[in-house]
Design a protein around this ligand. Structure first.
Ligand code: MTE
Length: 448
């Protein structure tokens, strides 16, 4: 007897994809029943889209649609292109109630709806300490100075044009806020991957190595130990960067992102790119670099972005984003509508180098299989993984575990908490678990 082909399962997207602003407000106002109704409607709509066979008279095949029988829109109708109206649910979003003011907040990247490794610039996450401005590049300057003549021979002020005239480099890198997944230290806190892991994006950045500018100013590489980067916004964002990172040529003064100028929200016209290091050091609207020989211990280094350890001590200057991964689909808030075949897909990254391997478990970490890595693998860059899975309709727990080329293995929550406790905000790189219930509903759970 011929074997039955495995049915391909359908996946209902997370609520973000079909709730509009008014719907979100209704849910926030406590009208939970409304959310349930919206989910049922979405499942029903998906069930109705099952493709009919031609001989059954599918109108989508038999009736010619207007786009086949009429003239389409002219070129340049939208001089700067936009996504299809049918994709408008895919947006960066603020987590309801996370901060008091939207100027001092985060908009999370919708990782659940992205393919490959590049984050479209319009969906790059945003984290501002004092709001964003669209700065006139002709009025923006970058100053390089030092408190003492011994560090640099010739302090200089650069215009944006000056920087644009220097030989550029382009590199693909991820940026992850140190606070990404920060709400989950104690327990499960948010429902979807957009909010658990969406302070993460990846772009091709173009700019000039900071080393080139420091050489131009005649830096004394023997005496200089650190630089301080300062932003032009009202938050006095200042971060100490060790000189070795600059000397290696990796740190960029960037103006380009994914082939165009940086977006204002992401630091237009100049931002620092510090590969592998937590997002806060990627100073936006960069206006000053100071050279020195000691860390500055500024407010964003002394009281924020520090790790509270179990013994009550603070660890300062954790900066490298350790190896981490997450399954982006199926993920929290989505629903498996059928038993059968699903492609499990996710992202892995390491602030120390390249991803060497990603293992995936569908039984909460008892058994593991190595995932396929099909796309490009760059250092300090997102890496996409995929693996086949046939869901038999029974409860399952999906997990991914990344290994980087230093041999470091992403830890379980139990392992991480044994060293770091549960009171931190920053640098949570534990293995994420998504539970698939018998109903097909996917939810956020923690496995120690
Ligand atoms: N730079 C300035 N000048 N002001 C800021 O508020 N936020 C920092 C960093 N650089 C910030 C800044 C933080 S905390 C992060 S995580 C990243 O920018 C976020 O970059 P993005 O908004 O481009 O995603």
């Amino acid at each position: 007897m011929a074997e039955q082909p495995i049915q391909r399962g359908r996946l209902r997207p997370a609520p973000e994809h079909f709730l509009n602003e008014a719907d979100v407000q209704a849910v926030e106002a406590g009208r939970r029943g409304f959310l349930r109704k919206a989910l049922v409607t979405a499942s029903a709509a998906m069930a109705a889209t099952t493709v009919a066979r031609a001989e059954d008279g599918d109108p989508a095949i038999l009736t010619l649609p207007p786009w086949t029988t009429s003239l389409g829109q002219p070129v340049a109708a939208r001089p700067y292109g936009l996504p299809s109206q049918y994709e408008k649910g895919l947006q960066r979003r603020e987590s309801p109630g996370l901060t008091r003011m939207s100027q001092v907040s985060v908009a999370f990247t919708p990782l659940q709806g992205l393919f490959g490794i590049v984050t479209p610039s319009g969906l790059h996450f945003e984290r501002h300490h004092q709001g964003w401005s669209d700065i006139d590049p002709s009025k923006h300057r970058l100053m390089i100075n030092a408190s003492d003549d011994g560090f640099i021979r010739a302090p200089r002020v650069y215009t944006v044009d000056d920087i644009l005239r220097l030989p550029p480099v382009s590199r693909m890198h991820f940026i992850e806020c140190g606070a990404n997944t920060g709400m989950e230290w104690g327990n499960v806190a948010v429902p979807t991957v957009q909010y658990t892991h969406g302070m993460l994006s990846c772009s091709e950045f173009t700019g000039v190595p900071l080393r080139t500018l420091l050489d131009d100013c005649g830096v004394n590489w023997k005496k200089a130990r650190y630089v301080l980067a300062e932003g032009a916004d009202g938050s006095s964002m200042t971060r100490t960067i060790p000189i070795e990172l600059v000397e290696s040529g990796e740190v960029l003064v960037a103006y380009g992102q994914n082939g165009e100028m940086l977006r204002p929200e992401n630091g237009y016209p100049l931002r620092l790119v510090v590969p592998g290091v937590q997002g806060v050091s990627w100073v936006k609207w960069l206006r000053r670099i100071e050279v020195g020989d000691q860390p500055w211990a500024t407010k964003d280094e002394a009281i924020h972005y520090v790790d509270l350890l179990p013994g009550g001590q603070h660890r300062q200057y954790t900066s490298i984003q350790e190896c981490k991964s997450v399954i982006t689909t199926p993920s929290g808030g989505q629903m498996l509508l059928d038993k059968g075949f699903y492609n499990i897909s996710g992202l892995a990254w390491s602030g120390r180098g390249k991803i060497a391997r990603v293992d995936v478990s569908t039984d909460g970490g008892v058994n593991w299989r190595s995932a396929r890595i099909d796309g490009p693998v760059h250092g300090k860059c997102l890496t996409r993984f995929n693996i086949d899975w046939v869901w038999d309709g029974r409860p399952a727990i999906l997990q991914s575990r990344a290994v980087d080329d230093t041999g470091y293995v992403q830890p379980r929550y139990g392992q991480l908490r044994a060293v770091r406790g549960t009171k931190s905000i920053y640098h949570n790189n534990a293995i994420q678990s998504w539970k698939v219930a018998e109903t097909g509903e996917v939810s956020n759970v923690q496995v120690l």
